[in-house]
Ligand binder design. Structure first.
Ligand SMILES: [Zn+2]
Length: 465
């Protein structure tokens, strides 16, 4: 049986796994049932499993085969808070305020499972030699799971890493992503009656406001591509009480880890200055971070070859109706996406609701940088890494939304998931069959690093939760 046949043969089981994880909808570092569901399936398929990683109870490493090369996939399976949603084209949560798979990580984890199982079959039948691994990587949404795994040295003996993310376009994800530092500033002041004796009070909220003002001035004087976003974490009190406690939560993003860390240092100085100005105390809580993503062109070319060797996905009338209905809930999104496809690839899709082509590699896109972050960034600094996107939603979509959660439980999402598994397994097969590609990928990786050793964005002793 070839890769496609293996995945087709087990597709019911893969869809069941994805639906179970969709139903569990567990958020970062709480994905116990989701991780176990994947491990149970992998165990049945004959993989050896290490699911006792004390620092990360919801992580695992599954392995089949022996010797070199070691080619790995990664699975994510965490949900997002508040995005509970039924498989319907209009907003209706399964449970109000509960978590939901608004980033499609139930599909992500299960497609990687499918890819690992398909490659295992090739090893089992003696068609290829080496080791296939599936890394169960928790809490992607918190951007720290893989960073901790890298710091623990768990990726050190891997030769190549392949992954994917559900998206709106079928393409190789050839664009770097941003590094991020996360920090919370906790201010402590002194309460007082805001009208009777405010001179006895020291307002922690004043400190947060001054910090935010200084951060907004800081924005102009940071390298291009650097962004700051924050939210304030203050208990709602009456205006006639001088607030004793207030906190702010910041993300500092930049194209490179060093830049994010340098701007982070300046932000910490702003936070301390705000405490000085308000006569309050500040506690700086570093909440983790991840590096920028370093794509590997050599492996990307294999993934592209694998992708175009596959048949495109076809959809039923019912599925097209679902896509049409859900598109209507996102006014303007369809037209904007269609226009973007024209700009990026010169393809006219103005009469299409969902991507039906495999996008060509683009020399322009790989020179840009995505302003969001992915914790695979740190893995990409250790091992040559490449990834794809496969359409699991229509062109009209918003990231981290109830619409994504709806697609992630729908057959449109499942079809994308199965296709992603097929492409990743085919890409990995090319690496197993010709290990000189891995040698070239490593050479390219060395060049990209420019002789600089990898530094973890996490301090020693960092605890992810
Ligand atoms: Zn995601």
């Amino acid at each position: 049986m070839d890769i496609k046949a293996v995945i087709q043969d087990k597709e019911k089981e893969f869809i069941n796994v994805a639906m179970d994880i969709w139903n569990y909808a567990e958020t970062g570092y709480k994905e116990f049932k989701s991780a176990k569901r994947l491990c149970d399936c992998l165990r049945e398929e004959g993989f050896n499993i290490n699911d006792s990683i004390p620092e990360l109870p919801t992580a695992f490493i599954a392995e089949y085969g022996s010797g070199k090369p070691v080619v790995a996939f990664w699975a994510e399976y965490d949900a997002l808070p508040g995005l509970s949603q039924k498989v319907l084209p209009f907003k209706e949560p399964v449970a109000e305020g509960a978590p939901g798979h608004g980033c499609g990580h139930n599909l992500l984890g299960t497609a990687s499972l499918a890819a690992a199982v398909a490659v295992k079959e090739l090893i089992k039948k003696g068609k290829i030699k080496g080791t296939v691994r599936l890394y169960g990587t928790p809490a992607e949404e918190l951007l720290t799971g893989k960073v901790v795994m890298v710091k623990l040295g768990l990726f050190d003996d891997v030769d190549a890493v392949i992954g994917w993310h559900p998206e709106r376009i079928n393409m190789v994800m050839e664009t770097p992503t941003s590094a991020v530092c996360q920090v919370k500033f906790h201010y402590k002041g002194k309460t007082a009656h805001a009208a009777v004796d405010p001179w006895n009070g020291r307002s922690a909220l004043d400190a947060v406001e001054l910090l935010n003002i200084s951060a907004n001035y800081l924005r102009e004087h940071v390298p291009p591509g650097t962004t700051l976003h924050y939210s304030t974490l203050t208990e709602p009190l009456a205006p006639n009480i001088v607030p004793e406690k207030a906190s702010a939560w910041y993300f500092v993003r930049a194209r490179k880890r060093e830049t994010a860390q340098s701007v982070y240092g300046r932000l910490v100085r702003c936070a301390k200055a705000a405490a000085e100005m308000t006569d309050t105390k500040v506690e700086v809580e570093f909440c983790g971070g991840c590096s920028d993503y370093l794509p590997n062109r050599t492996i990307e070319k294999c993934l592209y070859e694998a992708m175009v060797s596959c048949e495109p996905i076809s959809y039923t009338e019912e599925e097209m109706d679902f896509i049409r209905d859900i598109s209507k809930t996102l006014p303007g999104s369809l037209e904007a996406s269609q226009a973007q496809v024209r700009t990026d690839y010169g393809i006219n899709v103005s009469d299409k609701l969902i991507c039906d082509f495999f996008a060509p590699l683009s020399e322009t896109k790989r020179k840009t940088c995505i302003t969001g972050s992915m914790d695979i960034g740190d893995v990409s600094y250790i091992v040559p890494t490449a990834q794809i996107n496969i359409a699991c939603y229509g062109y009209a979509i918003a990231g981290h939304s109830w619409q994504v959660a709806a697609y992630a439980g729908h057959s449109v999402g499942m079809k994308g998931m199965l296709k992603a598994g097929e492409v990743m397994a085919k890409g990995a097969k090319l690496l197993f069959e010709d290990t000189s590609i891995i040698d070239r990928a490593k050479e390219e990786h060395k060049e990209s690093l420019g002789g600089k050793p990898y530094e973890s964005p996490l301090p020693d002793g960092y605890k992810p939760f």
